[in-house]
Design a protein around this ligand. Structure first.
Ligand code: UDH
Ligand code: NGS
Length: 366
């Protein structure tokens, strides 16, 4: 009897120890998982709409080799003598930016209910220099990108664009400049000609190799949709909210697109004689197609974007000639484009967040 109860007690004692050990194990595993998920949640919260791109401040080591916004990596002159030692040091320390920026955060929350205050945008983007210029301070950007925005009387839209795009473009580690090309005449709006002007004017300022052509009312919903150039011309605004997040038709090339200098010149730039709404983007698509290029696009989810809702603008009614014009791209593209561009610059304004170039586009030829 006593022997049996001793045995029972020992078994009970061991079972209890085992249960206590299992509980401890369970608690530690739960704790580890909790702490890890806390980390992830914290990172998510930081990433969501952080308009201060992380890690864009100049690190200690880079203070010595910081470049001004106009510099490329060029020999620095010390009392008239090129300081070769410092040059190679700069190149060694800086190095190229990675193919995919480590600063990207993915999907973004984009909404237009609260108006934007530009003072706040300026304060939140201290590294954007006069004229809307930026380049990463800790690596050499892979592309020099001019962003061209056709514009007339859309100040509120421009504020949203600057508010959302500057942080995104900085996280994308681009060497970029923002050019708002303002049609400052009384004629009907001409989107494609303004884009040509933007190309020509941006090149007068810097050795850009890549051009982004963006409507002022389109905001990407994912910063992995990089505003750069690819081996083929790229259509970036592939899933717009207004089209139910899909392409309206396969050849659609409107909204936001990118082209390298070479690709742009191959098609003689854009048509200058689409006055009023519609068709100019189809003409550009035809030009690319005629020259044997294909369209590169991000995936649907990464290419999502929101359009700021608006009514039709004055002086931008649908162009009745557009169908006839897009039927003749093959004949017209040799003579109508960057090689026939003429306009007058009325004013150049260097704002903190963008360069505004006001132009007189002249009159429609017929
Ligand atoms: N744009 C201006 N000012 C204008 C006209 C056009 O800045 O007066 C620019 C702007 O960058 C705009 C782009 O040209 O994003 C394209 O013009 P759009 O926005 O008028 O073209 P979209 O096809 O809209 O987006 C057409 C009018 C739809 C009216 C719908 C009414 N419910
Ligand atoms: C096509 C237009 C394009 C325009 C697209 C989307 O019909 O210029 O609709 O327009 N082509 C012609 O008219 C020939 S949207 O719905 O964004 O207003 O970009």
């Amino acid at each position: 009897m006593t022997g049996d109860s001793n045995v029972n007690f020992t078994v009970l004692h061991r079972t209890c120890k085992l249960v206590v050990l299992l509980c401890l194990l369970h608690i530690s595993v739960t704790l580890v998982f909790y702490l890890r998920s806390f980390d992830i949640r914290l990172a998510f919260v930081q990433n969501q709409q952080s308009h201060k791109p992380k890690d864009l401040t100049t690190s200690k080591i880079l203070k010595d080799v910081e470049l001004t916004e106009q510099d490329s990596v060029q020999p620095r002159k010390v009392s008239g003598v090129v300081d070769v030692a410092n040059v190679s040091e700069e190149i060694k320390i800086l190095g190229n930016c990675p193919e995919t920026s480590p600063l990207l955060v993915g999907p973004l929350r984009i909404e237009f209910s609260t108006p934007v205050n530009l003072d706040m945008v300026r304060n939140e983007n201290p590294n954007v220099k006069t004229g809307g210029r930026f380049k990463p301070s800790n690596c050499i950007a892979l592309q020099k990108v001019a962003i061209i925005i056709p514009f007339r009387n859309r100040e509120e839209h421009l504020k949203f664009w600057l508010y959302y795009l500057h942080p995104i473009l900085q996280r994308q580690q681009l060497d970029y400049g923002v050019y708002v090309i303002n049609q400052d005449d009384n004629e009907v709006f001409n989107r494609a000609k303004l884009l040509n002007v933007g190309y020509a004017e941006a090149l007068k300022e810097y050795d850009y190799g890549c051009f982004i052509f963006s409507d002022v009312d389109l905001i990407p919903m994912d910063d992995r949709n990089t505003y750069k150039c690819f081996s083929q011309p790229r259509h970036l605004s592939v899933s717009m909210d207004k089209f139910g997040f899909r392409l309206p038709y396969n050849q659609y090339f409107g909204g936001v697109s990118s082209m390298s200098k070479e690709q742009y010149l191959k098609i003689n730039g854009f048509p200058n004689n689409y006055w009023g709404w519609g068709g100019e983007d189809d003409d550009i698509y035809n030009r690319l197609n005629i020259k044997g290029m294909s369209i590169s696009r991000p995936s649907g989810p990464i290419g999502k974007c929101r359009m700021i809702r608006h009514e039709r603008d004055a002086k931008n009614d649908p162009n009745p000639q557009r169908f006839d014009r897009i039927a003749h791209t093959r004949d017209t593209m040799q003579v109508d484009g960057i090689n026939s561009l003429s306009y007058k610059v009325v004013r150049v304004e260097k704002e903190q967040l963008y360069t505004k170039i006001s132009v007189d586009l002249g009159k429609p030829s017929q």
